[in-house]
Design a protein around this ligand. Structure first.
Ligand SMILES: O=C(O)[C@@H](O)C(=O)CO
Ligand code: MG
Length: 258
């Protein structure tokens, strides 16, 4: 069975973030992720993790202003200084919280720049991240996101990610393979996971369509989880879905496979 973590930005949202750690612990989760932890001081999060005997396994670097529709700025040529300051902040949080993985979001391609400059900016920013994070013993992860939910998102499929990793040319970079986004963009999940397992550092999932819990859509999660075990995947597999019912009720599938 996969080593599960739960994303506290999308599950247990019935209660404020500070109370989600305990809610997740009550359901048996000892590993959690938070997309953007920055509204809380790192010391407060560290306290909550200790109190609930949990490990933070993932956080995202700051990704611009979501109120303005921004979903990452790593490919924005005019935001390089701001992006890198955000990465420094993410590394400080990760160090305080003993978190070994930081996820980077490319963002939506800016309309006023040509494709080559956007790609070059992203590659140079990833080179910066890979080295800074290697210095801090942190794995750089990069996530591809589907363009139905976020039209224009620059990094949107696994083959594009692997080609970019070759150009980044640093060993400290892996794909955060989100099953939900990849099912929408390319399908062929088990084959892709098996073929590129050494370049995949973290997995998230939700069913398609709807981005809800397993058994609400078209994916056979029993087969996917079994295949991950069979191929020897040893990383984290994280619940990152919008529960279609209460979070606790949405975990029925987990009890069936346990
Ligand atoms: O899949 C997603 O939406 C994420 O993993 C994320 O962190 C976006 O902020
Ligand atoms: Mg994701």
């Amino acid at each position: 069975m996969p080593d599960f973590a739960v994303n506290l930005s999308m599950l247990f949202t019935e209660v404020p973030l500070t109370e989600r750690f305990a809610a997740a612990a009550e359901q048996g989760f000892d590993k959690v992720e938070i997309q953007f932890p920055y509204a809380l001081p790192a010391a407060d999060i560290a306290h909550l993790l200790r109190q609930n005997q949990q490990q933070l396994v993932l956080l995202n670097a700051p990704a611009g202003d979501p109120e303005k529709g921004e979903r990452g700025i790593a490919c924005h040529p005019d935001r390089v200084a701001e992006f890198r300051q955000g990465v420094t902040k993410a590394i400080e949080y990760a160090k305080t919280l003993n978190c070994n993985n930081i996820n980077i979001l490319s963002g939506i391609s800016p309309v006023n720049y040509n494709a080559d400059i956007i790609e070059k900016t992203f590659i140079e920013n990833l080179q910066f991240c890979a080295q800074q994070m290697a210095n801090a013993d942190i794995q750089l992860l990069v996530e591809a996101i589907n363009t139905q939910d976020i039209p224009g998102f620059f990094l949107n499929n696994s083959q594009q990610a692997f080609a970019l990793f070759d150009r980044v040319g640093h060993p400290n970079i892996k794909l955060q393979y989100d099953i939900y986004h990849m099912q929408i963009m390319e399908g062929n999940l088990i084959h892709t996971l098996r073929q590129h397992l050494n370049k995949i550092g973290h997995i998230q999932f939700a069913d398609v369509p709807g981005r809800h819990e397993p058994q609400t859509g078209e994916l056979n999660f029993n087969n996917i989880f079994q295949a991950l075990d069979d191929m020897g995947y040893s990383g984290i597999t994280s619940l990152e879905y919008n529960p279609s019912v209460s979070t606790t009720e949405s975990l029925h599938w987990l009890k069936q496979i346990a």
